[in-house]
Design a protein around this ligand. Structure first.
Ligand SMILES: CC(C)(COP(=O)(O)OP(=O)(O)OC[C@H]1O[C@@H](n2cnc3c(N)ncnc32)[C@H](O)[C@@H]1OP(=O)(O)O)[C@@H](O)C(=O)NCCC(=O)NCCS
Length: 164
C-alpha cells in the first residue's frame, strides 16, 4: 500500500477535524475526549488550535494518506525540551495491519529526536491490545502508572515509556 506520512500545515484544520471526528466516533474508548465534546466545538476553536499547534516548533500533527485519502493521524509534542508525548493515534479500520500505525509512530519519534527528545511517553487502554502491541514493538514499556480514561469512566489507561 502506497502511504505517505506528512505533517499538516496550520491552515489544514478541516482535514484534522474530519480525521479526529472519525477517530473519536469509530474508537470512543481509545481517546480521552468524546465525539460529543469535539463536535460541539466551533470552527474558530479548530482554526485556532490547528494553527497554533502546526506552527509550534515543539508540536507536530501527522497524517497518513493513501491514494490521496487521509487514513491515519498522530499528535506529538515535546515537553520541557526532552519528553515526547504521543497521542491521538488512529488508523482507518479498512487499512489497519498495513504498518501505517507503526510508520506514524516512527515518524513522530524521528521528529521528536530531531528537536531534542530523549524519552517518549503515551497512555494506552489496558484493554487495547492492538495499540499495546504496536507500542511494545516500538520499545515502549509499561510503567504501572494507571488512571481512568476520563472522569467517571471504568476504562483504565496505563502510561508507557521508552528511551529514545
Ligand atoms: C492501534 C492502531 C493505531 C494500529 O494501527 P495499524 O496501522 O493497524 O498498526 P500497524 O499495522 O502499524 O501494526 C503494527 C503492529 O502492531 C500490532 N498490532 C496492530 N494491530 C493489532 C491487532 N489488531 N491485534 C494484535 N496486534 C496488532 C502488531 O504487532 C503489528 O505488527 P504486525 O502487523 O507486523 O504483526 C489502530 O488499530 C487503531 O487506530 N485503533 C483504534 C484507535 C486506537 O486504539 N488508538 C491508540 C490510542 S492509544
Amino acid at each position: 500500500m502506497d502511504v505517505r506520512i506528512r505533517a499538516i500545515d496550520g491552515d489544514e484544520w478541516r482535514l484534522w477535524r474530519s480525521l479526529r471526528m472519525r477517530a473519536v466516533e469509530e474508537a470512543p474508548d481509545a481517546f480521552r475526549s468524546t465525539l460529543g465534546q469535539e463536535s460541539a466545538e466551533a470552527d474558530d476553536w479548530w482554526i485556532e488550535l490547528i494553527k497554533k499547534t502546526a506552527d509550534h516548533p515543539y508540536d507536530v500533527l501527522l497524517v497518513a494518506e493513501a491514494a490521496g485519502d487521509a487514513v491515519g493521524m498522530l499528535f506529538g509534542r515535546v515537553n520541557e525540551g526532552e519528553l515526547l508525548d504521543v497521542g491521538s493515534m488512529w488508523v482507518e479500520p479498512e487499512v489497519r495491519r498495513n504498518g501505517i500505525g507503526r510508520r506514524l509512530l516512527a515518524n513522530a519519534v524521528e521528529w521528536g529526536v530531531s528537536v531534542g527528545a530523549v524519552r517518549a511517553e503515551l497512555w494506552v487502554g489496558k484493554d487495547n491490545t492492538a495499540a499495546q502491541r504496536l507500542y511494545e514493538q516500538a520499545g515502549f514499556v509499561p510503567t504501572g502508572e494507571t488512571e481512568p480514561l476520563r472522569a467517571g469512566s471504568d476504562l483504565v489507561v496505563e502510561k508507557l515509556v521508552v528511551d529514545l
